[in-house]
Structure formats: structure tokens, C-alpha cells
Design a protein around this ligand. Sequence first.
Ligand code: GDP
Ligand code: IMO
Ligand code: MG
Length: 416
Amino acid sequence: MSKAGLIVGLQWGDEGKGKIVDHMAQTHDYVCRFAGGHNAGHTIVIGDKKYALHLIPSGVLNPKAKNIVGNGVVISPKDFIKEMEQFGDLKGRLFLSDKAHILLPYHALIDQARERTKGDKAIGTTGKGIGPAYEDKIARVGHRLGELLHPDRLTEKIMAYFEANQTIFEAMGIKPLAKEELLKELEEYKKALAPYIVDTTQMMWDILKEDKKVLLEGAQGTMLDIDHGTYPYVTSSTTVSAGACSGLGLSPKDLGKVTGIAKAYCTRVGNGPFPSEELSKEGNILRQNGYEFGTTTGRPRRCGWFDAVAMRHAVRINGVDQVALMKLDVLDGFEEVKVCVAYEVEGKEIDYVPYDLEEATPVYQSFPGWSKTQGIRTFDALPQNAQSYILALEKMIGTKIGMISTSPDRDDTIIR
Ligand code: GDP
Ligand code: IMO
Ligand code: MG
């Protein structure tokens, strides 16, 4: 019986999970997504080719790895089908849970309408309909992928849903599809996706029993978790390790080594507290050097310094065994690199994440910078100051930094 390795984001998403999952997929038989939807954007660079994945697990670029999308994911059939097109036939290499909930275009319209009415209180969602789709699931009025196998029955159910929500739809200016259009659309989805829909729970149990090497790919990041993130400025799913169990039908005993992904600095896209955000020239340099623009929405990401307090919180919640420190090269050329080592709240210094992170101001420690780490593939070849920075972070977060990434390329990865 094997145990499934786990990859989770430790910050506010976009840490570079895609690159590490792709790197590790070379030695794994299965890669499985367990939460989120097409709000995720995982970028993989191989030579001069760049891929952006949203719903398909990042194992897809390794021809030997099979890919599973678990019940914890919300799937937009329309977007899934579009994403699949770039990879040709995926039969036998891709499996979708019959229990995953379906995200339909009206979920996105509700998401966007709500954000508009919130004005400056908006969450800054990706506008993909993630919140409304998970709401329907939790409210027990959602529709599951298994239902796609019977489009006529599903059409009836969705029409009844439209009727029940008519006043809300009208108030938001949303015009739901007519019955015939809906049926036609669902039939198309069925045609494209039916061959991939299976009981992935049973499948997970079988492959672990067969001792296959399995990697679970988290989406978003710990600080966007519905319970443990900066609520309400979070996403609507369980992004932390615990979500891998419920999102795939695993028990805690099925989980193996946890690799947490973190940038050597910090970014956040969307609104909400971000204590170590740098609004100065330096924040701009991070954004330019790191090309910090969203994979899913193209929005500029907010940038700032590494937050060791939030990182300790993330390491503990996820049970992280090793950290992969990403984008070290983005700090190349800075004279001084800062790390948030504590927060000040109401004049008092604290070393934990408080109830309301909005109240926290950062306490910084400075480190001398270095000239170039870009493309370096061994720890010893890194400039001395970069080595010292990594060793200091390791001490602050109390976890081994086992991997270091120095460029978007699959091969520019230091394994310690
Ligand atoms: P994910 O959502 O966690 O998979 O991360 P994204 O793909 O949204 O964002 C990470 C971005 O950083 C992508 O454009 C990657 O190609 C890029 N990237 C990953 N690792 C490195 C690195 O070590 N250095 C640089 N410069 N870019 C990297
Ligand atoms: P990956 O997997 C970064 C953010 C949005 C917004 C909040 C809620 O690429 O790391 P949602 O559309 O989920 O309701 O938006 O969550 N967000 C992400 N930020 N990376 C992501 O995914 C994200 N997925 C959602 O920007 O602040
Ligand atoms: Mg991303």
C-alpha cells in the first residue's frame, strides 16, 4: 500500500505549484487535483513552450502520468473541454470524479454580479463562479458530474433550480438559458466528457493498493483557505492538506510526504489583508522581475516580502515536511532583502497569525542581497548571501527547504 505525496501552496496562491508538480510528475504514476476549479492557473515551462493549466492536473505534460480530478473540485464542463483540446486524446490518462460538482455559466454570472454590487468591498474573485458553485454544493442544490450521463433528467433539475431562483436571477439581471438550449449544451458536454467520468474514490483506493506513486496537487494557497485564510477574502474551498482527504476520498493515513510551495517573497491577487505588501518602488521591481501577472485573469499581482509568521502558520496547518522555495532569482539584484519576522498589533509584537490580519503591521529583518542566482542548479553554486538567506528562512519556519527554484524552467531546480 503506497502513500500519496502532497503538494500545497503556503501563501496566497501562485507560488509555483505547477512547476514543482510537473517536475515531480516525472517520477509519479498519478497526479490528482482535489480542490478548487478553473480559478487556479498553474504555469509549466518546458524549454520554450509555456502551458497554463486550470483544471487538468499538472501531470498531463508527462506522457507516463495519469491524471485524476477528484470530487472536491468544481468542474466547468465548457472550460474543461476547451482546456483538453490542447492535449489531443486523453482517454486512459484522465479521470473525472462522478461526484465532482458542475459549475455552469450562471455561476460565473452570479459571481460577477455580486462582485459589482460590493464595490470597494469586493473580494476580487476570478469571476469564474467558484463561490456560487460551492455554495450550491453545500446548500445541497448542486449538480454532480455523474448526472451529465442523463442530460434530459439534468435539464429538468436545472430548470427547477432556475425557477426556484427566479427572483434572484431577475434582480441580478441574469437571463437563464431556455430549456432546449440547456439540453443541447448538456448533451455536448456529455459527448465530450462521458468517457472520462468514473468513480475516482474507488480508483484512488485501488491505485494506492497497487503501490502506484501518487501525487496530490493542491490549488490556491493556505491563506486563501475558507477556514484558515483571511476570511472573507478567501476562496470557497479547503485548500490546505486536509482538503486532499475529503476532495479525493482518502483517509489521513493515506497521506505521505507533504511538500509546501512558497515564493522567496510574497504575492497576492485580489483584495484582503497582506501585511508585508510593498507599495513602493521595490514592490514594482518584484512584479516586473517575477512577471507577477495572473495566469487566469492577467491581473497584476500585489507584491511584498516573505512573511515568516504566515509561513509558520501554513507549515503547521499543512503538516509540511519540506518547503520548495520558488523564484529565488526574482530577488537577484536587490541591495537588501526583507523578511517579516513578527507582526505588531495594537502596539504589541506577536509571532502568530491573529484573528484579523488587517490589524497587523510587519516587523522586518533585513538581509544583504546578491547579484545572480538565475538558472543555478546546485546549492553550493549560489552566492553566499543567497545561501545565508535560505538558511535563515529555514530556521525561522522550522522546516527544511528541500527544493529551490531559480527560473521557470523545469530543470532549473536545486534539490538539497
Ligand atoms: P501556481 O498557481 O502555484 O502553479 O503558480 P503560477 O503558475 O500561477 O505562477 C507562478 C509563475 O512563476 C509562473 O509563471 C511560473 O512559470 C513562474 N515560476 C515558477 N518558478 C519560477 C522561478 O523559480 N523563477 C521564476 N522567475 N519564475 C518562476
Ligand atoms: P492557483 O492555484 C491566486 C483568489 C482570487 C481572490 C480569491 C477568491 O493558481 O494558485 P475565487 O475566484 O476563488 O472566488 O476568488 O482567491 N484566487 C487565487 N489567487 N492563485 C489562485 O490559484 C487563486 N484562486 C483564487 O484572486 O482573491
Ligand atoms: Mg496560479
